[in-house]
Design a protein around this ligand. Structure first.
Ligand code: ATP
Length: 392
């Protein structure tokens, strides 16, 4: 394996006491276009060497944020620093930042080698050949060097674009929906490939995407953006398991959100009357102080059984359901179950072969472990973030 722009591990992680933050830092960054606020008082710390994803629906301000980091837009207010240096108003070419776009933007008349070598040759760098070869090895295109971009597949062209950006050894590589033009299968394999390359070169990658699966697959940290602000930021599993808003609960996967009234709170448990059924929620997963809240539970955390059947999740059992829809999707069976209060809940049951299938019209009970439930602010829209198409 080639070793490109490798840094010793001691240069990663938090800066020593007193030293400036060594990652990328945005403070109170706002961008308005006329009267419209595209990015609103954004604070963001991207640790050096991390794979960071900005995830959100179309129009939430992801690209504008990225363009301000690249220097292609000027913030209306706020500051951007990189390794302690204020780059808010620095010219794009003066920033140690490179961008890879969805459109690849390769030179069509140059072959792959020359496309990758272009920046180095222009800067009259020495050892161009060895750097280009290292880079082509990194992106596994050594056998394609003399082809023109049009002779490569979309995924290969994207890897050329990546090599061309990485060869400049930027501190930060910005990826703006880089896999958006690829079909699903190729996109999945490129996600793994990109992650491998990032781990190998150890640079900071900031990846903009509206595809939640893509963000979760690749990034160490995901920031979920909505209407110009960051709703929640964290490791993919933390965001998914413990969403703090209805938007995150719906945008990152799917959630059942059921209205309930808080009956008591203690250090160990928040008790909620959920449509006449007592359910409990760990305080660390309760994100509202109100008397009422949305009880949230992911469909795959819900167990389904015949009335009175022993389900192996003691805790919150909700009787009185009727199956209204059954979809067999191979790895799982997805049920819609109408509850006594009229709401339909989703249940995803893995097809392990250990459970029998239920049919439309059958009476069922649902159950989940209290540690999987979460409680959200009732004033938030239960459908926020839910209506998203794949091509959005
Ligand atoms: P997408 O995934 O569709 O690219 P996004 O989250 O990247 O969306 P942005 O491109 O950052 O969103 O745009 C945020 C908002 O700012 C949008 O409503 C957009 O119309 C608006 N906007 C972006 N650039 C300009 C501009 N130059 N002039 C006016 N409005 C703009």
């Amino acid at each position: 394996m080639s070793q490109v722009a490798e840094r010793p591990d001691s240069t990663r992680g938090p800066a020593p006491d007193g030293a400036p933050y060594d990652g990328l830092r945005l403070r109170a960054v706002t961008k308005t276009f006329g009267g419209f606020t595209a990015v609103d008082t954004l604070d963001l710390d991207v640790p050096r060497g991390s794979f960071f994803a900005l995830l959100g629906p179309s129009g939430c301000g992801k690209t504008t944020t990225l363009r301000m980091v690249a220097g292609l837009e000027t913030p209306t207010s706020g500051t951007i620093t990189l390794a302690g240096q204020d780059i808010t108003y620095a010219k794009p070419y003066r920033r140690p930042v490179n961008t890879v776009f969805q459109s690849y933007a390769l030179f069509p008349h140059l072959d792959i080698y020359e496309n990758v070598a272009f920046g180095l040759k222009r800067r009259k760098a020495s050892d161009v050949d060895s750097q280009v070869r290292d880079m082509l090895e990194l992106v596994e295109l050594t056998s394609q060097v003399r082809k023109k971009p049009a002779q490569l597949s979309g995924g290969q062209q994207q890897r050329v674009a990546l090599a061309r950006a990485l060869i400049n050894h930027p501190e930060v590589l910005l990826l703006d929906e880089p896999l958006g033009a690829l079909d699903l299968k190729l996109r999945r394999s490129m996600q793994i490939e990109l992650k491998r390359i990032q781990t190998e070169v150890g640079l900071t990658f900031i990846h903009v995407t509206h595809d939640q699966e893509e963000a979760m697959t690749m990034a160490d940290t995901v920031a979920v953006m909505n209407a110009g602000v960051i709703e929640q930021m964290g490791a993919p599993a933390d965001l998914y398991e413990n969403p703090r808003s209805t938007f995150v609960a719906n945008f990152l996967g799917q959630s059942n959100l059921i209205p309930g009234a808080v009956t008591s709170r203690s250090a160990d448990v928040v008790s909620v009357d959920m449509q006449g059924v007592g359910v409990s929620i760990p305080p660390a997963r309760s994100h509202t102080d109100g008397d009422r809240g949305w009880v949230g539970i992911r469909p795959e955390k819900v167990l389904i059984g015949a009335p009175g059947e022993e389900l192996d999740a003691p805790g919150n059992t909700i009787p009185g359901g009727v199956v209204t829809d059954v979809s067999f999707v191979g790895v799982s069976t997805q049920y819609l179950v109408r509850m006594p209060w009229g709401q339909e809940l989703q249940v995803f049951q893995q097809n392990t072969g250990r459970h029998r299938l239920f049919h439309v019209g059958e009476q069922v009970e649902l159950s989940w472990r209290p540690e999987y439930a979460f409680l959200l602010d009732i004033s938030q829209d239960a459908l926020a973030g839910a209506q998203k198409g794949d091509d959005e």
